[in-house]
Write a protein that binds this ligand. Structure first.
Ligand SMILES: [Zn+2]
Ligand SMILES: [Zn+2]
Length: 600
């Protein structure tokens, strides 16, 4: 947990304390930190609404002001169960009825895991921690909204009220956050996406969470793919293509089934061998890795073939709960900037370094000045349970990753106990131009799955060895990344990404002028510039206003005098008139600016 997450999660305890002071019958389930804040799930007959917030916050303030210590107590499973049965967990005092959700949670804690309570003032909760030292360390907080959620996300379970809030080190940071949210509303990718005609949702015919990329959005998608393909080609990747589905066996082998089944679309059943044979199950892929592993397995490899870097913009499908869907940020179909690098242990550090450099290169292209890597490592106490039992390999890869991060000067935070099952993981967080944080990509080391799939290469000494695999997706998914870019640029994309790059606008409709406009337009199109023409009879002011409204990046305005002088008047969206330029020079500059993917 980061410091901020610690503050926020601690604030969830304070929230529960306050709710119990007002409604002693409240039953609590889970209260984790989340992106931008925290929540606590509560069962309560009274429907909490924003009108109750002031009252709850008053009680919370009292708890913070009292500056209670967060006291940690270890106890046995039997003791914890007994306390839950007496209603003493997530409670101020026994209340004559069991702490039913906490009872269920205690019973499901794996054997051998330490069970702890945390106390702040009169409130006792079952929790693994960590927390801040004292309630007074919570500098500023605010309740934000209420949603509903089923216990453990299962609709057969009771429906709970999810109370959301946020917390910060101090009031200034909290105010900056709410100011940023105001600005973010104006830049909302759903609003701008619709205004600019980038994508559409069609829940009735296509389905919820399955975005349609309209022509203008597709222009951005294709620019990103072009960038990725060029960059990956230069870095020695090879491209592959794989189907969108695979048989059940694939996902049993990868381990997605049964553990990840909830996040996958239900299978399609197919009988090919006749009615007496059991039906075959096919699943839409939720990740590209297994297909890439089968590509590795499709040919024999020697150490000379490594590193093998397989890249694909692969389309995956994930079943997100309908309540979780959100514009392009949470969707059910995702096009991922995916690649899997199969390498030897000796090659690992160099490969990982190169992947990192690729991230940095992208950050500079998109003008992302603030980013951070979140390096999740394993917990040696949980080898063989939460983490694959390869202590030497964990230590070695984590040391290498840490060293690369330090040497590259990237700011990173190290988070123990949050690695993936099969290896350390790096989440890449970036901040948009208005300071909002996004997790756009992960970069993972995998030393378990290649062996599950039986992937081997023949080494120098003629023995078979299992390669390591690096999963990486610097541009994340088109959906999430473009959603992020819309906000980052407020829809004003740099020329190379702008859906409408250039519009040639005439002042008047004289035949010679129209021909001059068409000639410029043709020349730009011949260089694959997304240019269009406005030859209408409307006043030029109206034509310019229309282009500005559509966020056309560059306008070439021409009248009879420009025609005679062989020049164009250059206008850039949001910057106004930049003066006249010889036609050939203006065209050459546009082409160069696109080619170099300049930010301005
Ligand atoms: Zn806690
Ligand atoms: Zn992967």
């Amino acid at each position: 947990m980061t410091d901020l997450e610690r503050i926020r999660h601690s604030c969830a305890h304070v929230l529960a304390t306050a709710i119990l002071k007002i409604w002693p019958e409240a039953q609590f389930a889970a209260g984790p930190p989340v992106e931008n804040g925290f929540y606590y799930d509560v069962e309560l007959p009274h429907r909490i609404s924003p009108e109750d917030f002031a009252r709850i916050e008053e009680e919370m303030k009292r708890e913070v002001k009292a500056n209670h210590v967060f006291e940690r107590v270890e106890l046995s499973r039997d003791e914890a169960i007994a306390m839950a049965q007496r209603g003493e967990l997530a409670a101020l005092s026994p209340r004559g009825e069991a702490s039913k959700f906490k009872l269920d949670i205690v019973k499901n804690i794996p054997d051998g895991e330490v069970i702890t309570l945390f106390r702040n003032g009169g409130f006792t909760d079952l929790c693994a921690g960590p927390h801040v030292m004292r309630t007074g360390n919570i500098g500023a907080f605010k309740l934000t909204h209420v949603a509903s959620a089923y216990y453990k996300g299962d609709e057969n379970n009771p429906q709970l009220q999810r109370i959301y809030g946020t917390a910060f080190k101090n009031k200034t940071e909290m105010q900056a956050y709410f100011d940023m949210l105001e600005e973010a509303k104006k830049r909302d990718h759903r609003k701008l996406g619709a205004e600019m005609g980038l994508f559409a949702m069609d829940p009735e015919f296509v389905g919820p969470g399955l975005p349609l990329w309209l022509p203008k959005g597709t222009a951005i998608v294709e620019e990103l793919e072009k960038l990725a393909k060029e960059t990956e080609f230069a870095a020695g990747y090879v491209r592959v293509r794989t189907p969108h589905l695979a048989r059940e066996k694939m996902y049993q082998t990868s381990g997605h089934l049964p553990y990840y089944a909830e996040s996958m679309f239900p299978p399609m059943e197919l009988s090919e061998e006749g009615a007496d044979q059991p039906a075959d199950k096919y699943y839409l892929k939720a990740m590209n890795c297994p297909h890439h592993h089968r590509i590795f397995a499709a040919e024999q490899h020697s150490y000379r073939d490594l590193p093998l870097r397989l890249a694909e913009y692969g389309c995956c499908y994930r079943y997100e709960q309908s309540g979780e869907l959100f514009g392009l940020m949470r969707v059910r179909s995702l096009n991922m900037n995916d690649a899997h690098i199969y390498c030897t242990e000796e090659q690992f550090a160099e490969e990982f370094r190169a992947v990192n450099e690729m991230y940095l290169k992208y950050f500079s292209i998109f003008g992302l000045g603030k980013y951070q890597m979140r390096f999740s490592t394993h917990d040696p106490a949980k080898l063989g349970q939460k983490f694959v039992d390869e202590p030497a390999l964990w230590k070695k890869t984590e040391d290498m990753v840490r060293q690369v991060l330090v040497e590259s000067g990237i700011t990173f935070v190290e988070v123990p106990n949050e690695a993936a099952f099969y290896g350390p993981k790096i989440d890449v967080q970036v901040w948009s131009a208005i300071g909002r944080e996004f997790t756009i990509a992960t970069n993972q080391v995998d030393f378990a799955v290649p062996s599950k799939f039986g992937l081997v290469y023949r080494d120098r000494d003629n023995t078979e060895k299992t390669p390591l695999c690096i999963h990486r997706a610097p541009l994340g998914t088109h959906e999430r990344f473009i959603g992020f870019l819309i906000e980052h640029y407020a829809g004003n994309f740099p020329l190379w990404l702008a859906p409408d790059q250039v519009r040639v606008i005439t002042i008047g409709t004289d035949e010679a002028l129209v021909n001059y406009a068409k000639e410029i337009h043709r020349e730009l199109r011949a260089h694959e510039v997304r240019a269009d023409l406005d030859l209408s009879n409307d006043p030029v002011k109206a034509k310019i206003a229309d282009a500005e409204k559509s966020k056309v990046h560059t306008m070439l305005v021409i009248g009879n005098r420009d025609l005679e002088a062989g020049v164009v008047s250059l206008r850039v969206h949001g910057k106004g008139n930049l003066g006249a330029k010889p036609k050939a020079e203006a065209v050459a500059e546009i082409i160069a600016e696109i080619r170099d993917r300049r930010l301005e």
